[in-house]
Design a protein. Structure first.
Length: 146
């Protein structure tokens, strides 16, 4: 059974360290600082995220489910990813559940720290990620031309 995500004190500390590292251009590969406009306040909110990249295509996975950044991104339909001096805006398109299965599998293989939040295992067949796909949105990123 998958664990439910709770924004604990430990998670807050880890996120603050990751935010600092990403702003400085450091941190784990494929991690970025996602900034999105709040759906209620209109203020910008930032959170560290990890991407799945295959060739030139990038996907943003919400491994903890329907958290605030997901709700904000759906309303805004636009996000910014940054890391050090790099910054780029993207529009997002949520994948249908059946198309997200392989991406969820790749995400879990790439980022095993999220394992407790999945019911499927990294070595499971893609179809076994159907339960996880119900609560873990996957967004395809499309760069916005400057």
């Amino acid at each position: 059974m998958a664990r439910e995500f709770r924004y604990s004190f430990d998670r807050r500390i880890v996120n603050r360290v990751l935010v600092w590292m990403l702003k400085a251009g450091m941190g784990p590969r494929n991690y970025y600082l996602l900034t999105v406009k709040g759906r209620i306040s209109g203020n910008s909110h930032s959170v560290p995220v990890a991407l799945v990249e295959v060739g030139t295509t990038r996907w943003l996975v919400a491994p903890y489910g329907e958290v605030d950044w997901v709700k904000n991104a759906r309303v805004a339909n636009r996000i910014r990813l940054s890391r050090g001096k790099y910054s780029q805006d993207f529009t997002i398109r949520e994948l249908p559940r059946e198309r997200s299965l392989a991406i969820l599998k790749q995400y879990l293989k790439s980022y095993p720290i999220t394992r407790p939040y999945f019911t499927a295992r990294a070595d499971s067949e893609s179809e076994e990620f159907a339960v996880d796909a119900e609560g873990k949105p996957v967004f395809e990123l499309h760069p916005v031309d400057s």
